[in-house]
Ligand binder design. Structure first.
Ligand SMILES: Nc1ncnc2c1ncn2[C@@H]1O[C@H](COP(=O)(O)OP(=O)(O)OP(=O)(O)O)[C@@H](O)[C@H]1O
Ligand SMILES: [Mg+2]
Length: 265
């Protein structure tokens, strides 16, 4: 039998990839994230769930400082990556975003070729020594995103010429090409058919072997399939966080219970 202290010790500091404390986000007067504390574990898939407008995307964007690009957004509190404050003045957001990659809900390929979309990050961060190594990264990333077979004969064509679902997989390939330590995915499958969704879910399972993955999803089935931890957000609050199995089978808070049983949201 384990007592609670021993259970807590079993998950040591080393396993915490990201720790957020008292995080607040304001858009002008709108208080979008309220006092969020959470530890996101390494080698784990964490699902963020909750009704539309509850702040999932906002909180996700705090983790790689994408909110910096929204002029009216203001952030307070602390977020640490491997113990390091990501809002410290010495942290370069571009470097941070290579370590903490992101896939958005709407596919946003660059107006470049398929090849150059994937090669972009490795090029600016100097991850390959020559063309052959770059080719290898591009192929591996496209295979990982379950897109290689569809594009291997048209790598020089524009990424924007792909279908919506293909564009999304291209964006996933672009995000994994820099071998991020954390991958943030904001409803990555909302533009995908069931087959591509299954492929992306397989990719997420692979990524978890090495990285920490955070996925926002409106599908409880998806959250249950892919994640080990789940965080439920409601009106800017993180209401409940725990093992995915527990959140879905024995939620502690009545708001979580109402959401997972389809009564709110
Ligand atoms: N750029 C912005 N400017 C002003 N308000 C914003 C901005 N982005 C989000 N908000 C507001 O912040 C709140 C949280 O929005 P957010 O997009 O984080 O929710 P969400 O949980 O991701 O919703 P959804 O499930 O619909 O994607 C909402 O009230 C939203 O209107
Ligand atoms: Mg959102």
């Amino acid at each position: 039998m384990y007592d609670t202290n021993r259970m807590e010790n079993a998950v040591g500091q080393d396993d915490i990839k990201i720790s957020a404390r008292k995080v607040q986000v304001f858009y002008g007067d709108k208080h979008a994230i309220k006092d969020v504390d959470v530890d996101i574990l390494d080698k784990t898939v964490t699902a963020f769930i909750g009704p539309s407008g509850c702040g999932k995307s906002t909180f996700l964007r705090c983790i790689n400082r994408m909110n910096d690009t929204i002029p009216i957004a203001r952030i307070q509190g602390e977020i640490r990556l491997d113990g390091e404050d990501i809002y410290d003045k010495r942290v370069d957001p571009v470097q941070l975003r290579a370590r903490v990659g992101m896939v958005f809900q709407k596919p946003n390929p660059f107006p470049k070729s398929i090849y150059d979309n994937v090669a972009y990050g490795p090029r600016i961060h100097g991850l390959s020594r020559n063309r052959a190594e770059l080719d290898e990264i591009v192929e591996r990333s496209l295979r990982g995103a379950a897109l290689w077979n569809e594009v291997k004969d048209r790598l020089q064509e524009p990424g924007t010429g792909l279908s919506g679902g293909q564009q999304q997989r291209l964006c996933i390939a672009r995000a994994v090409a820099t071998s991020p330590e954390v991958l943030l995915m904001d409803e990555p499958c909302s533009a995908l058919d069931p087959i591509a969704t299954g492929q992306v879910e397989e990719l997420i399972e692979q990524l978890r072997q090495e990285f920490s993955v955070v996925i926002v999803t409106h599908s409880m089935q998806q959250a249950a399939r892919v994640s080990q931890k789940t965080a439920f957000f409601h009106l800017g609050n993180l209401v409940e966080y725990g093992d995915t199995d527990d959140i879905f089978t024995k939620p502690q808070d009545s708001r979580t219970e109402a959401y997972i049983s389809g009564r709110i949201g």
